[in-house]
Design a protein around this ligand. Structure first.
Ligand SMILES: Cc1cc2nc3c(=O)[nH]c(=O)nc-3n(C[C@H](O)[C@H](O)[C@H](O)COP(=O)(O)OP(=O)(O)OC[C@H]3O[C@@H](n4cnc5c(N)ncnc54)[C@H](O)[C@@H]3O)c2cc1C
Length: 468
């Protein structure tokens, strides 16, 4: 059986490995010149950058993936401290902050209770739901009904967090993870407090060599198992014969196979299907995740932060509103995240900083506008953290880059947001309804966004394909 996988993101690579281990002949076609998709990397002189993910969460999911593939788990180290949250006014040194460490044994009160409650839900999710493609019938599950009886399912994450926390800084500390899910604490369901359990209860990890190391390992395992790769292969056509896909490719070449799996952005995949097979109306009322302005900075000098820092300036609700309303954020009310890997990984040659400013999905923001935002946050960051460094290298990445590089719908960074109506069985299906040999893997399908979820999507789809 010949499987053609379109895209070498984490979803495509993970599925390729599982199928190849099962004896499938696997060919991966990738538009870019390297594997990893949004989790790819680059190196310039002494500086190296993970372009996307920096938080390695839910290690048990990766363990079960490697177990299923018959391989050893990838080495990771725990990040200590987990994260620092800084809250203040832009460009002012004065601020309030909280640093979360791994040892929560001295914690009591709300956080302890919060982790007990979200930990319970986390276990239910892992044991009953995250490893399968959910249908509405799954909501009749007895354990889920019991869990939900105790749980305010219709609350937003923010409403849920307010049941435990009173201080503004704790509400923000338990709210920022919503951005990982492509939403805000005001629009993602309380159920996703399980991500807070993953961070504050289970721990934050760092894969050896960063995500570059993780992807390189996955890619090498694929090659060792016989997976074939073609890089620089842009798919712009999916050809149909009856109710099956016949071949995928472009004007020059169309590659045949028995089954076809798209790891490309879902909307883009639809756009290259023959017109009658596109679900034209589906996307018009869907909520896509924010995009981001990213700055990859090679720095020399002092940097006084842990690996993960979240800076919240001014009114953070106003920043989320700007994302919802398709506006650019106002500099006075703008939050951002900074990854500083050298705090964990002293094998890195240079000091790389990655700044991430969430913005509304909008490919029209210009490079110059993005640079203004970047200059502003660098200044603010230096002021707040008392860091003093020179910039030796700077690359700014915008929503237009997400569109050009990954064919991302409206330049979204994370795909489809995890609102209540876009969760579980309401996410796009893993198998095309009309074309039975066309499947989808990755962050658009179930369970959703993030490297652990995408890894799960490969495991779910693998079982589905093998069962069929
Ligand atoms: C800035 C950023 C930070 C993030 N941080 C975290 C984090 O800390 N932790 C975490 O767990 N997750 C994080 N995520 C999310 C995580 O990176 C993604 O959910 C995950 O990597 C998506 O994997 P995927 O396989 O679904 O898709 P992608 O990585 O998007 O892979 C799709 C692949 O398809 C290819 N493709 C597209 N069009 C074509 C075409 N026409 N022909 C051939 N190939 C094509 C693309 O080039 C790409 O390689 C982050 C994402 C971003 C963008």
């Amino acid at each position: 059986m010949r499987a053609i996988i379109m895209g070498a993101g984490i979803g495509g690579l993970s599925l390729a490995l599982l199928l190849a281990k099962k004896g499938f002949e696997v060919l991966v076609l990738e538009k870019l010149n390297q594997p990893g998709g949004r989790a790819r990397w680059f190196k310039v002189g002494e500086f190296s950058f993970d372009m996307g993910p920096s938080w390695y969460l839910m290690p048990e999911i990766f363990n079960s993936f490697f177990h299923e593939a018959g391989e050893s788990s990838y080495p990771i180290t725990e990040v200590e401290p987990k994260v620092k949250i800084i809250k203040g006014k832009p460009l002012e040194r004065e601020h309030e902050s909280i640093t979360f460490v791994s040892d929560l044994s001295n914690e009591d009160g709300p956080l302890e209770q919060y982790l007990l409650d979200t930990g319970y839900l986390y276990k239910v999710a892992l044991n009953r739901f995250l490893y399968k493609e959910l249908t509405l019938i799954d909501f009749l599950d007895r354990e889920l009904i019991l869990a939900l009886k105790k749980f305010p399912i219709l609350y937003t994450l923010d409403q849920f967090n307010r049941m435990y926390f009173k201080t503004d800084i704790m509400l923000k500390s338990m709210g920022f993870s919503s951005v990982f899910l492509g939403g805000s604490p005001y629009n993602i369901p309380a159920f996703y407090s399980i991500v807070n359990y993953a961070i504050f209860g289970k721990g934050v990890y760092y894969p050896k060599g960063g995500f570059a190391g993780y992807v390189t390992n996955l890619f090498e395992l694929c090659r060792k198992t016989g997976v074939e790769f073609k890089f620089g292969f842009n798919i712009s056509k999916i050809k149909i014969n009856g109710n099956k896909v016949n071949c995928v490719g472009n004007d020059e070449r169309c590659v045949e196979g028995d089954i076809f799996i798209s790891n490309m952005d879902y909307h883009y995949t639809e756009s290259v299907l023959p017109y009658d097979f596109r679900n034209v109306n589906y996307w018009s009322n869907k909520k896509v995740s924010p995009s981001a302005i990213l700055a990859y900075i090679g720095a020399e000098g002092s940097i006084n932060v842990p690996h993960h820092t979240v800076v919240i300036n001014g009114e953070w609700r106003s920043h989320f509103d700007s994302i919802d309303n398709g506006m650019l954020p106002d500099l006075n009310n703008m939050s951002y995240y900074v990854s500083y890997r050298k705090a964990t990984d002293d094998t890195l040659e240079g000091k790389d900083l990655v700044f991430l400013i969430p913005i509304s999905p909008n490919e029209n923001i210009t490079h110059n506008q993005a640079i203004n935002y970047v200059n502003f946050v660098i200044k603010d960051f230096k002021e707040k953290t008392n860091s003093n460094f020179e910039i030796k290298y700077l690359r700014v990445y915008t929503p237009a880059d997400f569109k050009t590089d990954y064919n991302a719908y409206r330049g979204t960074a994370f795909g489809l947001a995890h609102t209540l109506t876009q969760t579980g069985p309401f996410r796009p299906p893993m198998q095309n309804k009309k074309l039975k040999n066309l499947y989808y893997v990755g962050q658009y399908t179930q369970p959703g966004i993030g490297v652990p979820m995408v890894t799960l999507s490969s495991m779910i789809l693998y079982r589905k394909i093998v069962e069929e």
